[in-house]
Design a protein around this ligand. Structure first.
Ligand SMILES: [Zn+2]
Length: 81
């Protein structure tokens, strides 16, 4: 299973199934919102890698049982906005 997350253009927390650029420990990463339970999560650079095409590995697990390989649509390397 895999899920596509679209990029949120809002300057607030992402809505369910979307992501926002974030910086963690100096690395570009993303905050994501679970499409199932709407919990906000951060992709920790130590735990997840984001490929040039936005594919996140390994798969993302949420407390609610959501467990998918996800892709961040609109991801660009080094995006710091
Ligand atoms: Zn969830």
């Amino acid at each position: 299973m895999s899920a596509n997350f679209t990029r949120s253009e809002k300057h607030t927390w992402p809505h369910s199934g979307t992501w926002r650029p974030a910086i963690r420990d100096g690395f570009a990463t993303a905050n994501i919102c679970c499409p199932k339970c709407k919990q906000i999560g951060s992709l920790e650079p130590a735990d997840h890698q984001i490929a040039e095409d936005g594919s996140v590995s390994p798969s993302v697990v949420c407390d609610c049982g959501f467990h998918e390989h996800i892709r961040l649509i609109g991801w660009t390397v080094g995006d710091k906005k």
